[in-house]
Design a binder for this molecule. Structure first.
Ligand code: PRX
Length: 580
């Protein structure tokens, strides 16, 4: 407390002042194959110009700026320019829909939106700007939109409101004198799914966040900025992209890869080709991607020279031992240690992980808290469970990068994290300790799903489904899926009128409902499966028993139904399932 700093100066200016201006900050690889290197000196000018452009639009310290961009260097420039001004950014993943963007812009009361004409995805140019236009139509706090030119597609520009990023940056001075902010000054808001329909704006501040992201980049990812080429495949729309693209590695002055596209575009060896061509030494990705690569076969990575890799990271969901072993042997050639890092949007930085080269690893376990962090597995009463037992994962002492609250909702902050156990932070995960005290994270114990390492809320998808005119009621569960970890499975009851009126039915209706969810939230939330049922299993107090629905979705025998108000409901659902 009381210290002052500027996160952008720490991420950029400091390295230029130390004589490392010629070091490459980003090796950017666009999906169509375009390449662009940016040195720290070039980045320094870009962030200063971007900060000046934001000032020209009236952005002041404390104002919020929404960022809705593809994975291109401008994403990091935009975030760091906001940090330079002490204007908290709110990055919204480019895969979220206009509706989702609107909710997040409105909740954070953003003044400016930074977006792009579009980005390249699976060989095609996908648009982004039209979603922004839709999201800020009508009543809005947004006064200006800055638009990065990426795909050269046609864009409607609203006179007086919309400006091209490159023109705005050209029009201002190349230098900007930074101000220093209190270590507790808000750095960003990042929305994540919780157990209710409304996403939570997780608030992070500057000093502690930067300390822990830099510390973990140095000791968990083992970045040596003078020699490593580091690549975290996460999009800046998620916390991993914040902490391990924009802040931690930058605070160390690292050289990193930024890749716009997917691992299989235009071919399934794309990632390994980039590792080979750029000599990547540290690679950080999600288990779901590793499982996809496993499915495509080892011949693909075997066709590239991956000998530069020396540390491999995993994040976002439990990594199954088979995927761990494959990652270690096929990608790491048995010599690169794997760091399975457990953390959350709320924790801001890695909390549990092996230390590379120090910890003897256990495939599938994130193992132990990193130095300085106190985690435990406790039972219902909050008592530490003995080795060999399971319970709830908690953090027992405050940590530097901990969230400082939920934007605009202090009550929800207390309810969500501090009411389950009186004295500990409740992470929402179940975990077990093995006989050596290693922690094995089992997954969420609340109504949050983890699909391909992305957090989705069951109730958010339920709300999206019931907002469709044909749906009376909906229940959503996360069912095990061999590729994505969990998959969204929905059970819906149709409105009587919809059925009687002979509206869309069967496959046609299911497709319409899946698309409706994509419109309301984004394609990542599309249910894998939607089942139309006559009734949902409820307790006598009216609570939907998702546990039973999960049994159905995972094709298991349905468990104990004695607490159901009507115990025949599950027979009917199981029978309907068999028919389908
Ligand atoms: O359930 C845990 C899972 O992802 C959740 C946090 O999601 P999010 O805030 O989106 O952040 C993801 C990236 C940090 C956790 O509550 N999770 C994350 N990492 C792991 C994990 N589960 C098991 N092992 C991990 N390494």
């Amino acid at each position: 407390m009381g210290g002052k700093l500027n996160a952008c100066v720490n991420a950029v200016d400091r390295h230029v002042e130390a004589g490392n201006g010629d070091r490459v900050a980003f090796h950017f690889v666009g999906e169509p194959g375009d390449r662009q290197d940016t040195t720290y000196a070039e980045l320094h000018e870009k962030v200063q110009r971007a900060a000046n452009a934001l000032i020209a639009l009236g952005v002041e310290t404390g104002d919020r700026v929404a960022i809705y961009l593809p994975m291109i260097p401008e994403s990091v420039v935009a975030m760091l320019a906001c940090a330079r001004l002490g204007a908290p950014h709110s990055v919204v993943f480019g895969g979220f829909s206009a509706d989702a963007l609107r909710t997040r812009i409105a909740d954070g009361e953003a003044k400016v939106v930074i977006t792009a004409d579009g980005g390249f995805r699976k060989g095609k140019a996908a648009t982004l700007k039209p979603a922004v236009d839709k999201a800020i139509s009508g009543d809005t706090t947004v006064t200006n939109v800055l638009v990065v030119r990426r795909t050269e597609s046609d864009v409607d520009m609203v006179e007086g409101r919309d400006l091209w990023w490159h023109e705005a940056l050209e029009a201002v001075e190349p230098t900007h004198t930074p101000e220093y902010f209190d270590s507790e000054h808000p750095l960003f808001i990042l929305y994540t799914s919780g157990t209710t329909g409304k996403p939570k704006g997780i608030l992070h501040t500057t000093g502690g966040y930067l300390t822990q992201t830099a510390f973990t980049s140095k000791y968990v990812h083992d970045i040596h900025p003078e020699k490593d080429v580091y690549w975290c495949t996460a999009d800046v729309g998620w916390v991993t992209g914040h902490s391990y693209v924009s802040y931690g590695p930058m605070a160390l002055g690292a050289t990193q890869v930024i890749y716009e596209g997917t691992p299989d575009s235009p071919h399934k060896g794309r990632w390994w080709e980039i590792v080979q061509d750029l000599g990547v030494t540290i690679f950080y990705t999600a288990p779901t991607a590793i499982r996809a690569c496993m499915k495509w076969g080892r011949d693909i990575p075997d066709g590239y020279d991956l000998s530069s890799l020396r540390v491999l990271g995993s994040v976002g969901e439990p990594i199954n031992p088979e995927a761990w072993v494959w990652y270690s042997e096929v990608v790491g050639h048995g010599k690169a240690p794997i760091v399975d890092t457990w953390w959350q949007t709320e924790t801001g930085a890695v909390m549990i992980s092996p230390m590379p080269g120090v910890t003897s690893t256990r495939p599938g376990s994130a193992q132990l808290a990193i130095p300085g962090i106190e985690v435990d597995v406790v039972d219902e009463s909050g008592a530490s469970v003995p080795d060999g037992s399971g319970g709830y994962l908690v953090v027992k002492e405050p940590w530097p990068a901990m969230l400082r609250g939920i934007w605009g909702d202090p009550e929800r902050y207390v309810d969500t994290y501090w009411s389950r156990f009186e004295e500990f932070y409740f992470a929402g995960d179940g975990a077990k300790k093995d006989s050596d005290g290693n922690i094995w994270v089992l997954g969420r114990v609340d109504d949050v799903m983890n699909v391909s390492g992305h957090r989705l809320s069951t109730s958010e998808i339920e709300s999206a489904l019931v907002s469709h005119s044909s749906v009376a009621e909906a229940a959503v569960v996360g069912a095990n899926d061999p590729m994505t970890g969990q998959a969204v499975c929905a059970f819906v009851i149709l409105r009587g009128e919809a059925v009687a009126a002979g509206d869309q039915q069967g496959e046609e209706l299911v497709t319409a409902l899946r698309n409706h969810v994509a419109d309301r939230i984004g394609p990542i939330a599309k249910p894998r499966q939607i089942m139309v049922v006559a009734e949902l299993p409820k307790t006598r107090s009216g609570k939907i028993m998702r546990r039973l629905l999960r049994d159905v979705a995972e094709k298991r025998d349905v468990g104990d139904v004695t607490t159901l108000a009507d115990s025949t409901v599950m027979d009917a659902i199981s029978a309907e399932m068999k028919e389908n």
